[in-house]
Ligand binder design. Structure first.
Ligand code: PLP
Length: 424
């Protein structure tokens, strides 16, 4: 079903899925969820921007600073060894969580943005040239557009876009037009942060391989919400952020195939990433450390390890099921409001809903909701090309996670109705 223009559209599936999560208990793990905002309980529906953090993650970061704060990989004393052990054990946890090819395929970065830039610099600047094409899509986050615009500018390569349809899906019906013998790299979003669309990675990977191109998948919105098996997904590089999956800010992951990482030039130069240094030249450490120059975000990496532990304890399959139930519920409830236009494909989408309300600017809507303690996103969601395509300046977006409830979605809909009554 295309909801983009369907102001009065309804979702055919009824909300009958049961969720196996004990949300009331889960919510107690997240200190911020019990606070009041503007004298109202906080209703946090901006999880696509960043998630809340469970006590287990906050405590783990505190533990590092209070008990074994030391630099890693170089200290020959107990607390340094413990810090190194915790840091490298977080790498093992992340590798297991996404079924990485090898533990050493996991490079810690500052986030998805830095992970994509790493590939654009370390691979792109050394492998692209005039006549080569980089292929992305019209539904990318800016962090998967700008690095390639810069790489194209610096190397003479051409940046091309797979178009989107009005329902927020990729127009892949004519692949030969986009996948050519000039295509060197295809980089695309797994789950759209605007539409919720889940792109057919395996299919795109096959199209890329048929023309000999590499594939990077921006998994910022998928790894936190659904099971990830990188070995069956279909990609050469995968990028995601810790702060969207219950972890701290300042840490993310680039996972890459070992043979590619080994052949790539370093991204940043400095300590840790070298094997030997003379005044004339240097040799590089093995991946992943070749790409982790300087003192890394030790506390954040260790905190991400705790986030993975927490997600695994709850169960990522159950989280995905819970979000699907919430999303169907939200689609049904919002589309029952005649003034609401919902963007994106039907119910088969990730856990978010972007929408607009007739004659109410999304910023005004967000403000009315904020008065009720409800946090949603309003803006272009770092995806201005999508806004241009939809011909809107901005949209409102509600995005869900394991701790959200249908009661919160009801509160959202009441707020939307109040904004309509107040502003139109
Ligand atoms: N890619 C997608 C799909 C996103 O939603 C985001 C953030 O919202 C990013 C990339 C950038 O992530 P970060 O800011 O953590 O680097």
């Amino acid at each position: 079903m295309n909801l983009t223009t369907g102001k009065t559209g309804t979702i055919s599936q009824s909300v009958e899925d049961t969720t196996s999560l004990d949300v009331a208990t889960i919510r107690k793990d997240f200190p911020q969820l019990s606070r009041q905002v503007r004298d109202k309980p906080l209703t946090y529906l901006d999880n696509a921007a960043t998630s809340q953090k469970p006590r287990a993650v906050i405590n783990k970061i505190n533990e590092y600073y209070q008990q074994y704060n030391a630099n890693i990989h170089r200290a020959i004393y107990a607390i340094g060894e413990q810090a190194t052990l915790e840091y490298e054990s977080a790498r093992e946890k992340v590798a297991r969580f996404i079924n990485a090819w090898e533990t050493s395929s996991v490079i810690f970065t500052r986030g998805t943005t830095e992970a994509i830039n790493l590939v654009a610099y370390s691979w792109g600047r050394h492998n692209l040239g005039p006549g080569d094409e980089i292929l992305i899509t019209e539904m990318e986050h800016h962090s998967n557009i700008i690095p390639w615009q810069l790489a194209a500018r610096d190397t003479g390569a051409t940046l091309r876009y797979i178009p989107i349809r009005s329902d927020g899906t990729l127009a892949l019906n004519n692949p030969d037009e986009y996948f050519t013998d000039k295509t060197r790299l295809v980089s695309f979003i797994h789950q759209s942060n605007v539409f919720g669309t889940i792109n057919p990675v395996r299919e795109i990977y096959q199209m890329a391989k048929d023309v000999g191109a590499l594939v990077l998948v921006d998994a910022a919105q998928s790894v936190p919400h659904s099971p990830m098996d990188i070995q069956t997904l279909g990609c050469d590089f995968l990028a995601f952020s810790g702060h969207k999956m219950l972890g701290p800010t300042g840490v993310g992951v680039l996972c890459g195939r070992q043979e590619l990482l080994t052949g790539m030039e370093p991204f940043l130069g400095g300590g840790e990433m070298i094997n030997s240094v003379t005044m004339e030249e240097s040799t590089w450490n093995k991946p992943p450390w070749k790409f982790e120059a300087g003192t890394p975000n030790i506390a954040q990496v260790i905190g991400l390890g705790a986030a993975v532990d927490y997600l695994e304890t709850i169960g990522i399959d159950s989280i995905e099921r819970h979000e699907r139930t919430l999303t169907r519920y939200a689609l049904e409830a919002l589309s029952a409001i005649p003034e609401v236009t919902i963007y994106g494909p039907g119910a088969e989408r990730g856990g978010l809903v972007s929408f607009n309300v007739e004659n109410v600017h999304p910023h005004d809507l967000a403000q009315v909701l904020d008065e009720r303690g409800i946090a949603i996103r309003a803006g272009h969601h770092c995806a201005q090309p999508i806004m241009q395509k939809l011909d809107v300046p901005a949209t409102a977006r509600a995005s869900f996670y394991l701790y959200n409830t249908t009661v919160e979605i009801d509160a959202l809909c009441e707020g939307v109705t109040a904004a309509i009554d107040f502003m139109t």
